[in-house]
Design a protein around this ligand. Sequence first.
Ligand code: FAD
Length: 442
Amino acid sequence: MTDARPGRRQAIVLGAGFAGLVAARVLADHFDQVVMIERDDLAGEGARRGVPQSHHPHAFLARGHEILQQLFPGLAPELLALGACNAEMLSEVRYVFQGYPIKQVPIGLHVTLASRPFIEAQMRRRVRELANVEVRERWELAGITTEGPRVTGARIISLDTGASETLSGDLVVDCLGRSGRSSAWLEELGFARPGEDRVGSGLTYASGRVRLAGGAPSGDRTVIVTAVAGRTRGLVLIEQERGEWMLSVHGYGAGNVPPSDEAGFMEFARDLAPADVRQALEGAQLLGKVELFKVPHSTRRRFDKLRRLPAGLIALGDSLCSFNPVYGAGMTSAAMQAITLGECLVATQSRPQALPRAYFRAASRVVSQPWWFALLADFLLLEVSGKQPFGMPLIRRHLTRTLAAAEHDGELAGDLFRTIGMVAPITRLISLRSLLRIYRRR
Ligand SMILES: Cc1cc2nc3c(=O)[nH]c(=O)nc-3n(C[C@H](O)[C@H](O)[C@H](O)COP(=O)(O)OP(=O)(O)OC[C@H]3O[C@@H](n4cnc5c(N)ncnc54)[C@H](O)[C@@H]3O)c2cc1C
């Protein structure tokens, strides 16, 4: 009898965060068995230690939301039934991008709004329902196992009993987040360590859940005010599940660190808020404490550029590329990488050893658009460190003109949002049609 899935009996997913969940969902279609290893206790619905960014707003881009429905059909209505809310992408989302309020018109794209732990809990429930996926919580990764240049599994330790176990796997997927270990493992195995593209933004977030006394500002379900050159501070007010909102502020550099005490935090927010949002914040009740999170830099690990890679190991999610969170691309990029992984598993079915190279190259193309978008937007602020992209003065001028035009031109605003949402290529903004709309304006 021939094996229908040669070399694809068991996959091991390290980390059960957002990337781990979408990866496991995809791998379940290609492997007999998928085992997820997670250090945290996954019982509750609140923010957990391993994902401290859960205290901060997490919004989907349009493409990420589409993929979530594709991987977990019916999840959006389930989330709504449990208390999440739904927003039309542009008419109910106010985006003041680098000082330009983008024209709010309906563009037919919808996203679910809810806190990260709330969404993750429901995704986890759906993954646990898959017959061939086992989620092992409170198990810590101790290391990987290898055979020559091939990764063959993982060593794990139970946080409850101290027992250790070795799991064998035909594929190990590093979904350990920003602290992903694949680069170090490659080096230990005698391969080159992948280079890193790094942009230092020195960003600090401060966020708290709030109840608004008078409801939504001007009917919007999300208000995003990004930093501008000379005032590198921003604000997000976003509706969450069960009538709560998340108020979040951020600042670039040491001089813009938001305070974590309630009075200072609210003052910092009021100072950035448009008049109607300031009014909506009057009498707002802070639920719980203000949480801080520092994001010193964004990092893209260039596994795609390595000439030699070990078989049996890939990285997905923040372990491959972590973005400046202000542009909300992390979850969407991880979801797109998971889809890419599925495609590469099909393409390399008869030669599993070719998977890492095929995957890292394809995933690099997925990562490029949001990486470049964030990089260009960050460089408009002039307060980030890193190598400036070639032609920056021209790009800066074009982006600024695009934003200025999108303040009044609904069609262009829609194109801008579709591009940011990764349902349209970034080249849409330099098409002849867009150029005419942007530069014809006086
Ligand atoms: C402040 C902030 C705001 C953000 N806002 C947005 C947003 O609006 N939209 C968006 O799309 N993205 C946003 N992001 C990015 C988003 O959080 C990440 O892209 C996303 O969490 C990546 O998922 P991941 O699974 O790769 O990593 P993580 O979610 O960090 O998950 C890693 C998992 O690995 C586990 N783990 C780690 N080490 C071990 C070990 N040794 N053994 C076992 N398990 C281990 C952890 O417990 C955790 O469960 C934001 C990020 C930050 C910091």
